[in-house]
Design a protein around this ligand. Structure first.
Ligand code: CUA
Length: 384
């Protein structure tokens, strides 16, 4: 194979690799907003492809048909010149205006439709706060607050009020709809909905292999208290060192499970460890100042700086959707915050870590040894 073709194939493989992984594909919508946006995109795409095919064919035809045969010299006469055809020109203008209309109609009506909260429907409100580099989700009507992972009921529109605590971020759940910026000093909003029928149709195409450990799932894991789907979200506006790790997950539940989820989220943290172990865990958590930034409702840890960890053990991910929630990953995150998420606050204001020789590692201000780490990890992963 010629090298030029090889590099073209390599380029295509790199640039289209993301399209194969459907969990964040805008071309595989799971809600009315995403579906409408995709159909508008498709109209534009087909019209553009049509224009490309027609204009391209004419061009190739003309190049082949009217090419000069033989050598061109300074004496070669110019081809016969003309002023074109008025009828052709008027026809081309009319066709162009018509095609712009074909694209403009669904685009303009779609812009208004997407920008208007659905009337006559019971819209749920979620306040989203983006910060470097995690997400806070508050349900003002339900009294629930959570971080990096939140639930919505299938079939009900949700209004997301978007604000930023620091720099510019962008809220994006590709399979539910387009993105919207979170700007400091300006409140934006958008509405999204997960459609039960689309989810069910999508479900038919899933195999059990989709829930393999280490894979990205579309179903909630078997040991999660509720049945449902996981949709993946992502910050879509460069917001600093760890922008690429500012992810989140949307749990889509049916109505009954959503109500149970809400009641459960309102409860205080409960540890599955015995009391002595849980107390030791909370003590290590407090002694290492984790509680000054993190809230664990029902305990003396009431920090507001970082994500709420009240039901942490049941979250499917750690470090804002970046790692699966396993003891190993959590331990790694606690001990090497800057490696997992460069520049984050836990690292910058964090604790002092000892290396294998017992030497203090720079940039950490509070000592955390392996035993303390394990106690904290066991405690946090036991919270439900
Ligand atoms: Cu937040 Cu990018």
């Amino acid at each position: 194979m010629p090298n030029r073709i090889k590099s073209l194939l390599a380029f295509l493989a790199l640039t289209t690799a993301g399209c194969v992984d459907g969990v964040q594909s805008t071309l595989d919508p799971l809600g009315p907003v995403a579906e409408r946006q995709m159909s508008t995109f498709m109209v534009t795409l087909w019209v553009s492809l049509g224009i490309f095919a027609v204009v391209g064919s004419f061009m190739v035809y003309c190049i082949v048909k009217f090419r000069h045969e033989g050598q061109i010299t300074p004496d070669t006469p110019l081809p016969e010149q003309g002023h074109g055809s008025a009828i052709t020109e008027i026809a081309l203008i009319l066709v162009s205006v018509g095609l712009v209309g074909v694209i403009a109609l669904p685009t303009v009506t779609g812009v208004f439709w997407v920008g208007t909260e659905p009337a006559n429907e019971d819209v749920m409100v979620i306040d989203v706060t983006g910060q470097q580099w995690w997400w806070k989700f508050d349900y003002p009507e339900l009294g629930v607050s959570t971080a990096n992972e939140f639930a919505i009921p299938a079939g009900r529109p949700v209004r997301f009020n978007l604000k930023s605590a620091d720099v510019q971020h962008s809220f994006w759940v590709p399979r539910l709809g387009g993105k919207m910026d979170l700007l400091p000093g300006q409140d934006n909003w958008l509405w999204l909905e997960a459609d039960p029928a689309m989810l069910a149709a999508n479900n038919d195409q899933l195999s059990t292999a989709d829930n393999e450990p280490g894979q990205r799932w579309e179903h909630l894991p078997d040991d999660y208290p509720f049945q449902g789907y996981i949709l993946y979200g992502q910050c879509a506006e460069f917001c600093g060192d760890s922008h690429a790790f500012m992810k989140f997950r949307v749990l889509v539940l049916d109505d009954a499970n959503f109500r149970k989820w809400v009641e459960w989220q309102k409860t205080d943290a409960k540890s599955t460890l015995d009391k002595e172990q849980a107390d030791a865990g909370l003590l290590a958590f407090r002694q290492n100042k984790c509680g000054s930034c993190h809230m664990i409702r029902g305990t003396s840890a009431s920090g507001q700086v970082g994500p709420d960890l009240t039901h942490f053990g049941t979250r499917t991910s750690v470090a804002a959707g970046w790692l699966e929630n396993t003891k190993e990953n959590l331990g790694h995150w606690i001990m090497n915050p800057n490696e997992v998420k460069p520049g984050n606050i836990m690292y910058k204001t964090g604790y002092l870590q000892l290396d294998e020789n017992g030497e203090e590692v720079q940039n950490y201000k509070i000592k955390l040894d392996d035993a303390a780490k394990n106690t904290i990890v066991d405690y946090l992963t036991s919270l439900e």
